[in-house]
Design a protein around this ligand. Structure first.
Ligand code: EJD
Length: 409
């Protein structure tokens, strides 16, 4: 068995009694069709060993949830990627929310939670819905278009930077930047290396855009700085939280909306159901997040000796969680591989779970809902107009191209 990154993992040999798999969950073959390997990982046992990396992993719903819920044992502070900050250093300044444990995490979370609260979302809904209508109207006129670039990317890029209060210039940096950060949570493979050149210029740009002087007073970037004015966090931390929003908020919603549109193009009976009852728009988006799991994987690091799936673990071990496999675990879900917009999706881990559960989930759902609602009002049929192309990323699951033809309602 090969060990691709011995420096990153622990011992290449599986601990006694732990089933080992040779599959590489950060490879093009896996990304093209992860489901057979997800099944193997779940079937092999509650805790499995990834021989190529010398890292333990969980792919069943119960164990993924267990790790997510126990932040005291399974810490984020040493990074939520494969690299352990303590052993391997870090390639960007650590996030004070994603890559932090309480009490730091608690302070950061309180501020971002307020910036992205339901009250703030209420104030955005009308504008977001109007923008969704505008984009969908244009696309219906076109008839045939790329639902990835022209819709799933175009919509968040139109509404999200405005909502934060960003300047117009340079917004084309956001996607390459996110692509590299989400690649960086995996191994330093060719996908990570390929995303680096385009993102190099984006890094200093993002840091600059997060400064107060570059943010409009009515956006939610300013909400973070107002929390700093009140002494809840420092002004430096406010900048870091705005950076966190810029990093976490674009590629994720792009792939969430992309997942929903792709599902509607493949499952016409679900599309019909949505058209017949547009109040299902929010549920249809949620089910797309479960079904595709735009954020596929994250790591944690053990803070103390513990046990997981019957295997004893030492302190300082990386654990990989397969969120996408948990969201299709037949131990938890009936017909897990079916996209069903009337399914009870509660408990899915597409937004995570526990203290780190997506702080932007209301914003993501708002975006998904208004796009699907606009589509359901204005579009009668959606058909694939070519072969969808996958975007390869170490963390994100989604497409780079989704050619569709629509007919007007
Ligand atoms: C993220 C899974 C940051 C940051 C925060 C959250 C994410 C990425 C980056 C969104 C992870 O603070 O930089 S979905």
């Amino acid at each position: 068995m090969s060990t691709l990154f011995p420096a990153l993992g622990g011992p290449a040999e599986a601990p006694p009694g732990v089933p080992a798999l040779d599959a590489d969950p950060f490879s093009a073959g896996f990304f093209a069709d992860p489901y057979p390997v997800h099944g193997q990982l779940r079937e092999a046992g509650p805790f499995v060993w990834l021989s190529q990396y010398g890292i333990g992993a969980v792919a069943r719903y119960a164990e993924v949830r267990q790790v997510l819920m126990d932040w005291e044992t399974f810490s984020s502070a040493r990074g939520v990627g494969m690299a352990d900050f303590v052993k391997h250093g870090r390639f960007r300044l650590p996030s004070i929310i994603l890559e932090a444990d309480p009490p730091q995490h608690t302070r950061s979370r309180a501020v971002l939670g307020r910036a992205l609260s339901s009250v703030v979302m209420k104030g955005l809904r009308e504008k977001f819905a109007a923008e969704a209508d505008r984009i969908v109207d244009e696309l219906v006129v076109k008839g045939t278009f790329d639902a990835c670039t022209d819709l799933a990317e175009a919509f968040p890029l139109r509404v999200f930077p405005d909502a934060i209060g960003m300047k117009r210039e340079g917004r084309d940096n956001l996607l390459p930047y996110g692509d590299m950060v989400f690649n960086s949570f995996g191994p330093p493979n060719t996908f990570f290396e390929a995303s680096a050149p385009r993102a190099a210029a984006a890094f200093p740009w993002v840091e600059t855009q997060a400064l107060r002087e570059n943010l409009a007073p009515e956006g939610f970037g300013e909400i973070c700085y107002q929390a700093a004015d009140r002494g809840e966090i420092t002004h430096d931390e406010a900048g870091k939280l705005v950076r966190a929003m810029l990093t976490a908020g674009v590629d994720t919603t792009v792939n969430g909306i992309g997942a929903a549109v792709y599902a509607m193009a493949r499952f016409p009976e679900q599309w019909r159901k949505l058209r017949d009852n547009r109040t299902l728009a929010r549920a249809a988006f949620e089910e797309a997040v479960r079904f595709e799991s735009p954020v596929q994987t994250f790591f944690r690091t053990t803070t103390r000796p513990t046990e997981l799936g019957g295997c004893p673990l030492a302190e300082g071990e990386k654990i990989l969680m397969f969120l996408g496999a948990a969201n299709r675990d037949p131990r938890k879900w009936e017909n897990p591989d079916t996209y069903d917009i009337q399914r009870a999706t509660a408990g899915h881990v597409g937004f995570g779970a526990g203290i780190h559960m997506c702080v932007g989930q209301l914003l993501a759902r708002l975006e998904g809902e208004v796009v699907l609602d606009a589509m359901a009002r204005k579009i009668s049929t959606i058909d694939l107009a070519g072969t969808p192309e996958r975007r390869y990323n170490n963390t994100l699951r989604g497409l780079s191209r989704l050619p569709v033809t629509v007919t007007a309602a």
